[in-house]
Design a protein around this ligand. Structure first.
Ligand SMILES: Cc1ncc(COP(=O)(O)O)c(/C=C/C(=O)C(=O)O)c1O
Length: 357
C-alpha cells in the first residue's frame, strides 16, 4: 500500500509539478487510554505531528509551499517564525536548492529550532522585537523584492496542513471525531484542519464535522478573548508572553479564518496557564510516552480544563494535536525536571542512589 504522507492526497492539492518532499506526514494517531482516564473522558487520541521529518506539522505546509514557489519561478523564499516554520523552510529550501531567509524574535526561539535553521543553511536574522514585528518586516521585504513569503498568510501553507484532517479521518476509518483540540498561535493550523474535514465532507467521504477547539496561553490569547466576547475580530496583544514560545503571537494573521472555523464548527477557544501547559507536557511524556515541546501540550492542558469546566462532554471522542517534538526545546525540559543524580563510578554508589542503602 501507498506510504501514508501528505502526497497520498495529491489529487486534493493545488500542485501540478513534482513535489519537493522529505516524506512528511503519515504521523501516528495514538489512542491514549491512560491520559483519557486521568482527564476523565471516554476516548482520546493524540495526533503526534512532532513525528514529522523536521519535528513539527510545519513540514506539511512547506512541502506544498516550497513546491509552489518553484512552480512560480521564485528564486528565494522567506518567513518570520517563532522557530518551527523557519526550521521547516530551511530544510525544504535546502531540498529545493534555493536560498532561505528567516526572521526570528531575538532571544525567544527554542534551541533545537535555531540549530535546524542554521545547520540547513538559512540566512537567520535575529530581530530585536517579537514575532509580530518580524512578520511585519518580512512582509515588507517580500513586497519590495522578488522573494516568496511562506508564512501561513500564504494559502499554500494551509493546503498542505489540511492533510492533518484527511489523515485523522483516514486513521479513524472515516469516523469523524466529535472534537479536535489544538494549540493556536498564528491560527493557520486550526483553519487548515477544518478545511480538510470540510473538503472530505463535501466530497462525501465523511458525513460530519468536528468541533474545532483552539487553545492559547493565558499571556497570549487574542483568539480566546474574541471567542469569549463574541467580537467579530481580534484585538491584537502588544506584549504576548508565555513559556510556550512557539505560540507567543499577539496578532495572528489567520485570526478571521480561525474565528470562522471555530464558530462554524460549534467549537470554542480557551486559555491555559504556563503551569498547566508544563503539567500536560509531563503527563503526555510519562503516561503515554509522547514527547512534545511546551506549545504542543497546550492542547491537552486545554482539554483537561474544558472537561473540568463541563464544556467538553466526558463521552466525546477527542483528538488532540501535538504540534512539535520535545527535542525542539530541551532547555525548558531541563529547567523544569529534577536534576540527574551524580554518583561515583562504583556499584555501591549506584545501589545507594537507587535503593538508598
Ligand atoms: C509547536 C507549535 N505548536 C503550535 C503552533 C501554532 O500553530 P498556528 O496556530 O498555525 O500558528 C506553532 C506555530 C509556530 C509558528 O507560528 C512559527 O513557527 O512561526 C508551533 O510551532
Amino acid at each position: 500500500t501507498e506510504c501514508p504522507s501528505v502526497w497520498k492526497y495529491a489529487k486534493l492539492l493545488p500542485i501540478d509539478s513534482e513535489p519537493v518532499t522529505i516524506q512528511e506526514g503519515g504521523t501516528p494517531l495514538y489512542k491514549c487510554d491512560r491520559l483519557a482516564e486521568k482527564i476523565g473522558i471516554k476516548e482520546l487520541y493524540v495526533k503526534h505531528e512532532g513525528m514529522n521529518p523536521t519535528g513539527s506539522f510545519k513540514d506539511r505546509g512547506m512541502t506544498v509551499g516550497v513546491t509552489k514557489a518553484l512552480e512560480l519561478g521564485m528564486k528565494t523564499v522567506a518567513c518570520a517564525s517563532t522557530g518551527n516554520t523557519s526550521a521547516a523552510l530551511a530544510i525544504y529550501g535546502a531540498k529545493a536548492g534555493i536560498p532561505v531567509i528567516v526572521l526570528l524574535p531575538a532571544g525567544k526561539v527554542a534551541l533545537g529550532k535555531i540549530a535546524q535553521a542554521l545547520m540547513h543553511g538559512a540566512k537567520v536574522l535575529s530581530v530585536r522585537g517579537n514575532f509580530d514585528d518580524a512578520l511585519a518586516l518580512v512582509r515588507t521585504l517580500c513586497s519590495q523584492e522578488k522573494i516568496y513569503l511562506l508564512n501561513s498568510i500564504n494559502p499554500y501553507r494551509l493546503e498542505g496542513q489540511k492533510t492533518i484532517g484527511f489523515e485523522i479521518a483516514d486513521q479513524l476509518g472515516f469516523k469523524v471525531p466529535d472534537r479536535i483540540v489544538l494549540p493556536v498561535g498564528n491560527a493557520g493550523n486550526i483553519t487548515a484542519i477544518f478545511k480538510g474535514f470540510r473538503e472530505f465532507k463535501i466530497l462525501g467521504i465523511t458525513d460530519s464535522l468536528p468541533k474545532m477547539t483552539g487553545i492559547q496561553a493565558e499571556g497570549s490569547c487574542p483568539i480566546v478573548k474574541a471567542i469569549k466576547s463574541g467580537a467579530p475580530a481580534i484585538t491584537p496583544e502588544e506584549h504576548p508572553e508565555t513559556i510556550a514560545t512557539a505560540i507567543r503571537i499577539g496578532n495572528p494573521v489567520n485570526a478571521t479564518k480561525a474565528l470562522s472555523a471555530i464558530r462554524q464548527s460549534g467549537g470554542t477557544a480557551e486559555s491555559v496557564t504556563d503551569e498547566e501547559i508544563l503539567a500536560a507536557q509531563k503527563d503526555l511524556a510519562r503516561l503515554e510516552g509522547i514527547g512534545v515541546e511546551p506549545a504542543s501540550a497546550a492542547s491537552v492542558a486545554g482539554l483537561k480544563k474544558l472537561v473540568d469546566l463541563g464544556v467538553i462532554g466526558r463521552d466525546e471522542t477527542v483528538v488532540c494535536i501535538t504540534t512539535g517534538h520535545l527535542l525542539k526545546d530541551p532547555q525548558t525540559v531541563i529547567d523544569i525536571c529534577e536534576e540527574p543524580t551524580v554518583v561515583d563510578a562504583n556499584i555501591d554508589a549506584i545501589r545507594e542512589a537507587i535503593f538508598g542503602k
